[in-house]
Design a protein around this ligand. Sequence first.
Ligand SMILES: Cc1cc2nc3c(=O)[nH]c(=O)nc-3n(C[C@H](O)[C@H](O)[C@H](O)COP(=O)(O)OP(=O)(O)OC[C@H]3O[C@@H](n4cnc5c(N)ncnc54)[C@H](O)[C@@H]3O)c2cc1C
Length: 393
Amino acid sequence: MKRTADVVIAGGGCMGCSVAWHLAQRGMTNVVLLEREPQLGTGSTGKNAGGFRHQFSNSANIALSIESIELMKNFEAIVGTPIDFHQDGYLFLLSRSANVDTFKKNVALQQQHGVDVRWVSNGEARELSPGLDLTGVQGATYCPSDGVADPNGVTMGFAKGAQAKGVEIVRGCEVTGAKLNGHRLTDVRTSQGDISTPILINAAGPWAKSIGRFLGVDVPVEPERRHIFIASAPGGGSWDDARHAGRVPRSKILVIDFESTFYFHREGGGLLFGMGDPGEQPGFDITVRWDFLPKVIEVAMQRLPALSDAAVSHAWAGLYEMTPDHNPIIGPSSDVDGFYTIAGFSGHGFQHSPAAGRILADVIAGRDPKFDLTPFELDRFARKSMAGEANVV
Ligand SMILES: Cc1cc2nc3c(=O)[nH]c(=O)nc-3n(C[C@H](O)[C@H](O)[C@H](O)COP(=O)(O)OP(=O)(O)OC[C@H]3O[C@@H](n4cnc5c(N)ncnc54)[C@H](O)[C@@H]3O)c2cc1C
């Protein structure tokens, strides 16, 4: 491992790998990325549902989506790795009039950004996603250019591309501390010795707070467990088999019941679904809570009756990386020179990793990122001036 570097990145999830790739594209290749696990992308990135959407409530997040989805669409041509990219849309189902009103503002904002998003009738919603029970649904929004892609493909694509340009990626190496000279970073301490560097990027996802502690900087990111379940077709086979026609969508459309946060999309021959638990407390435990499944199934069966006789073949849990306003932190610390954060994406980071990595790489390379980072500044929490993201699923 190198003992001096221009930049050290802590964390080899989609964020760390995206910044590494974008730095390398800008000619900054004296970079070391450190991942404490034996493999890249085993944190939140390895647990996620692969969804991407333009349907956010905050202008800055919509802008991140537009740029990120454009790069993902052309990922294989630009970065060199296939990512199983599908634009079959996101369908939001709204059952409370207050949420319909909020989404009216959101849709108008998304349209101002040029996003093709629209209201659909319950009949259209059923055509888009056969098998839905829309009892109580007062409104639905659909954006055909939302979709799903492969998070591992994106992460490994960025990592391999960065390595090919000279970035050093060290697995099984933990960042354990940092040395400062006054307010300036001088060294990063690791489980394999120190690296002398003027810049440390905190890309540690749900663990971002602990990296901040090494430098005496408060990085307010809290871990929160989220589950994903996979439902196989009853009696085996695939949901695509003729006997299930009309019971579940054939496309990879991602449907979200906004009030309950229950969502699903097709995954291979099965169905992937999940839901947030309002009672979940912050913590790093990712044990699957099988006692939560009946609560999810109760909601799931109402919206997608096909799930009532499905077999849940497997499940996993991962961590959302929540900030107080559900917006990410992208940019420098004003307390320690040379300390940057790209973390706290509050459950929608996979889809924003391409643009977020580009923006931070521009900042570090001294280029104009052409993006107003005010809503994502670390200092916003101290200023208490936050206009966060309301559309968290
Ligand atoms: C169940 C679930 C579903 C999700 N669905 C979606 C979705 O559909 N769409 C979407 O956009 N997002 C989704 N997300 C969110 C998304 O997964 C995250 O926002 C994103 O993966 C964050 O990436 P990251 O690189 O910041 O964090 P991570 O992937 O967690 O990477 C951080 C890395 O840092 C490493 N690390 C930590 N501490 C140290 C240290 N001291 N030294 C070295 N390395 C360290 C960790 O081992 C880890 O590999 C979902 C998340 C979950 C849990």
